[in-house]
Write a protein that binds this ligand. Sequence first.
Ligand SMILES: Nc1nc2c(ncn2[C@@H]2O[C@H](COP(=O)(O)OP(=O)(O)O)[C@@H](O)[C@H]2O)c(=O)[nH]1
Ligand SMILES: [Mg+2]
Length: 233
Amino acid sequence: MRNLVFTPTWNEAENIALLIKDVFAAVPDAHMLIVDDQSPDGTGQIAESMSGDFPNLHVLHRQGPRGRGWAGIAAYIWALDHEFDRVIEMDADFSHQPCYIPSLLAALDEFDMVLGSRYVPGGEDRRPGFHRHVISRLAGRYQQIMFGAPVRDCTSGFRGYRSPVLETIGVRNLTTWGPAILSDVLYRVIRHGFKIAEVPIIFPDRERGQSTLTPKILFEGLWNVAKLKFSGK
Ligand SMILES: Nc1nc2c(ncn2[C@@H]2O[C@H](COP(=O)(O)OP(=O)(O)O)[C@@H](O)[C@H]2O)c(=O)[nH]1
Ligand SMILES: [Mg+2]
């Protein structure tokens, strides 16, 4: 099995070197792709400088407008073009801990897609701040109802796919620029009737660097879910 772990990065200079080391410690045979959008803090160059030590490390320096969604789409297409069997995606900020990658991959032996989940037994959201828990829960519940989703942690960005799933749902034609890509993909996976697993993860707060989430992005995400639901696609 050829496994790819990818992470989109925007100004993750404080995290990226540690993340690369921890990912290869967790899954030494996997390949890792960093999809950087010309981060001004030099994240892409730091990653590049480590490729001598890690031959399975790849760095994509994207051109054009930046976006979590554009980066994800580029990674899906890269994975398909390079004939990987399974693809894991994760944030670079250590809220997604590399130690869980083996259990996500194991779930893909049986399932088509897997979510690292805060809301199944054994999982936990350890971020401080009551309001963030409430926002995440409500956004997840809203998506669950709108999509009729058979999963609890709909908004989790720590996930994996069998590659044929990505081809079938048409990732090459997606045009979602921002983090709403996560609900776009989940929606299409559900619509195609693929089997989705959830494995428990502990979800700590990002340790270093700044979150890119803004109220505007949150509302765009909610609006996007409604558009998907009522577009009849
Ligand atoms: N390539 C790329 N990655 C991004 C962009 N915006 C955010 N990211 C990455 O997407 C992941 C999630 O972003 P984060 O700021 O942690 O969002 P939060 O977890 O919702 O607070 C992190 O790995 C970011 O570095 C972007 O415009 N381009
Ligand atoms: Mg984060």
